[in-house]
Design a protein. Structure first.
Length: 338
């Protein structure tokens, strides 16, 4: 995939007049920050990645951290927890927070919990990355934008910019976006492009305060291996069932045991997990014909966890029906949602 050029440099697509207009808009969005004149030293700060469902927030987090720590799928509401990922580069430690997509539909106990997570994340950070699809803005985006504190610098991250064919079309959209919120900067990019990720890191660095790092240099996430195992099962569940299975299905880890490895194996993990669904028909979908689907979910989970956790993994999966759990506040909490 070719790296998208900065749209201000794309004279061939916009024409000279469009280029000048766009450059002036971008210049106006670049504001000086206190960090620009601060003395050299360690920097560390909290950066929230926020947006509506399915705009690529988790893909962006994984790219910024340099390793997969947040699950992804085409299904909306894939991310359900506040997931912190760290990236330490030079004298700067970036602490990114991936949030669930803000829910505007299905007003049940689960979605109220997810929205509480989003609102808690955007109120106490040094920088917000507001992720949208380049050239698009709808009511769902607007409801997320309304959550932001005007005192927190916010970058407008126009993801999937590589899919915009006529760069000149982005200028009026950008002007419209500036009227909606005083964004500190506009960042056109693709979360799948390494050069764009490096450029975004450089931009974020300016907004982080000078202070000691919060985590060790080699730490990538504050989430436990047990949590990563649960999320990996859920990702494979969603990827392999597609739109057949309602998003309210979840995963509970029943056993997570570590033993010393044998021979060249560093360690052995024994995991048992339960996939919770709301109906018997959903259970049949997960199990599949002669158990083939649940077997594949287990195999793909095992392969990914062995790579992610550097261990030999044995995993058992079960499926249980818990009708109406997503509408039950107590049960939502019991499954790990705050």
């Amino acid at each position: 995939m070719n790296a998208p050029k900065n749209i201000a440099d794309d004279a061939d697509s916009t024409g000279a007049e469009g280029q000048i207009d766009l450059e002036s808009m971008l210049k106006g969005m670049r504001r000086a920050t206190p960090a620009d004149d601060a003395p050299a030293g360690q920097r560390c700060g909290l950066i929230a990645i926020v947006g509506k469902p399915n705009v690529g927030k988790s893909t962006l987090l994984n790219a910024l951290v340099g390793q997969k720590i947040s699950i992804t799928s085409r299904k909306a509401q894939t991310t359900r927890h506040r997931i912190t990922g760290m990236h330490t580069q030079g004298a700067t430690q970036f602490v990114f927070v991936d949030t669930p997509g803000f829910q505007t539909r299905h007003n049940n106990a689960l979605n109220r919990s997810l929205n509480k997570t989003v609102m808690g994340a955007v109120g106490d950070v040094d920088l917000i990355l507001f992720v949208v699809e380049a050239g698009m803005f709808n009511q769902a985006d607007a409801k997320v934008l309304a959550l932001f504190d005007s005192g927190i610098p916010t970058l407008l991250v126009a993801n999937k910019f590589d899919q915009i064919h006529r760069r000149g079309d982005i200028a009026p959209w950008l002007q419209e976006m500036q009227q909606k919120h005083a964004f500190a900067e506009f960042v056109p990019m693709s979360a799948k492009n390494a050069k764009d990720i490096e450029r975004l890191l450089g931009i974020c660095e300016k907004y982080l305060p000078e202070q000691a790092w919060w985590y060790a240099e080699d730490e990538l996430t504050d989430r436990s291996e047990k949590f990563l195992a649960s999320e990996t099962v859920r990702e494979k569940l969603f990827r392999l069932t597609g739109d057949e299975l309602p998003y309210t299905s979840t995963v509970v880890i029943d056993k997570f045991e570590e033993e010393a490895g044998r021979g060249k194996q560093k360690r052995l993990l024994k995991i048992a997990a339960t996939i919770v669904v709301e109906r018997d028909t959903h259970k049949a979908m997960v199990i599949g014909d002669k158990g083939e689907r649940i077997k594949r979910i287990g195999t793909e989970t095992r392969v990914e966890l062995e790579k992610l956790l550097d261990a030999k993994v044995f995993i058992e999966l079960w499926v249980k029906v818990r009708s109406g759990w997503a509408d039950d506040e107590a049960r939502v909490r019991s499954f790990g949602y705050q």
